[in-house]
Design a protein around this ligand. Structure first.
Ligand SMILES: Nc1ncnc2c1ncn2[C@@H]1O[C@H](COP(=O)(O)OP(=O)(O)OP(=O)(O)O)[C@@H](O)[C@H]1O
Ligand SMILES: [Mg+2]
Length: 331
């Protein structure tokens, strides 16, 4: 199957010389949810803006469904939906009016636009609030509205730039459900960017970790986690002598630590090793007090490939992003 999106050596150097996107290449298959994960300034928004034809590349190119982003920008705009990082809805209009306004940009006949808007508003539970000014919406309501504005032209490909930035955990999971439904019910191809590892883990089929304008690694979240060496099993024993037993495991173990009746070992795949380990202990009449298995998280993958933790961006950075969003709204 031909990929629906093909990106080749896409590069953006802003005036002043900032190399925001540095010759990235990747392919996305139809119906895939593809994540770009990276810290502030990694080049995610710049990449999205070039793919959605809002920004012209310095060099390189990309094709979306056979259309070239440089030469066929109009064709592309018709078939894609975009939910930008900055809030774009007009605060003085109602949710419904915003949808109808955007629908008119796409020349969607009014009766169809009304019908479609109602369906979308209902989907994100905004039908009741649809006649109220957007100014009065909560942050979560705003983001839900932004999402459906991006869906008004029934796009085949949807770009979501930080769809849940600044939302509380509960609203975020609701947004995730909407995004999962879009994929399930319409087979939509979705490209999303995120700071949140959990988000990428929950939604994306494949992910590229980006930093300083470059893709550091691409894979399924499971593959990326598997590229880290193994799972950690922690055994808790009632006595130090019992804990000795596990160290005598004939196949040998990669022991991380052993103290106070607690033994931590690293294995390639706990799902496979654990049953055998358990029966080994059982045969020796040793009872376990506690047992836990820790699978590597995307957090650790990120750390491995960027040399720093995503969490190191403190609340101050998050705040900066939010302030930026406000500033953009006011101008
Ligand atoms: N209009 C611009 N002019 C000059 N430099 C820019 C411009 N927009 C972005 N940059 C710079 O390009 C780099 C990439 O920015 P970009 O917004 O693409 O990153 P991002 O990964 O989306 O970050 P965030 O997570 O904060 O949204 C940064 O160094 C940024 O300062
Ligand atoms: Mg961004």
């Amino acid at each position: 199957m031909e990929p629906i999106i093909k990106v080749e050596n896409l590069t953006k150097i802003y005036k002043g010389g900032v190399r925001a996107v540095d010759s990235i290449s990747f392919e996305i298959n139809e119906g895939e949810v593809y994540g770009l994960l990276g810290p502030n300034g990694a080049g995610k928004t710049t990449t999205i803006n070039m793919l959605t034809t809002r920004l012209s590349p310095t060099s390189g190119n990309a094709m979306i469904s056979g259309h070239d982003i440089i030469r066929h920008s109009l064709d592309i705009r018709k078939m894609i939906g975009v939910v930008p990082q900055d809030l774009t809805a007009d605060e003085d209009l109602s949710g419904m009016e915003n949808l109808l306004m955007v629908a008119s940009f796409y020349d969607i006949p009014r009766s169809i636009a009304i019908e479609r808007s109602k369906r979308l508003l209902e989907m994100v539970d905004l039908l009741e609030a649809s006649m109220r000014q957007v100014r009065q919406y909560s942050g979560g309501m705003r983001k839900r509205l932004e999402l459906i504005i991006g869906l008004i032209n029934e796009p085949r490909v949807l770009f979501l730039d930080e769809p849940t930035l600044g939302l509380d955990v509960q609203t975020r999971t609701t947004m995730w459900d909407y995004i999962k439904d879009l994929r399930k019910n319409y087979g939509m191809t979705i490209i999303l960017t995120s700071h949140y590892l959990e988000e990428i883990d929950a939604l994306a089929d494949r992910v590229s970790i980006v930093d300083h304008g470059k893709i550091l690694i691409t894979g399924t979240p499971t593959e990326l986690k598997a590229s880290l060496k193994g799972d950690i099993i922690s055994f808790g024993f009632r006595s130090a002598s019992d804990s000795q037993a596990v160290l005598e495991y004939p196949k040998g173990l990669d022991v991380i630590s052993s103290a106070d009746g607690m033994v931590k070992v690293r294995v390639e795949n706990a799902d496979e090793s654990l049953p055998e380990l358990m029966s080994f202990l059982f045969q020796r009449g040793i009872k376990l007090h506690t047992l836990s298995v820790q699978k590597p998280s995307l957090d650790e993958v990120f750390l491995q490939y960027t040399g720093r933790s995503l969490r190191e961006e403190g609340p101050a950075d998050r705040m900066k992003v939010m302030m930026n969003m406000r500033r953009v709204r006011r101008t």
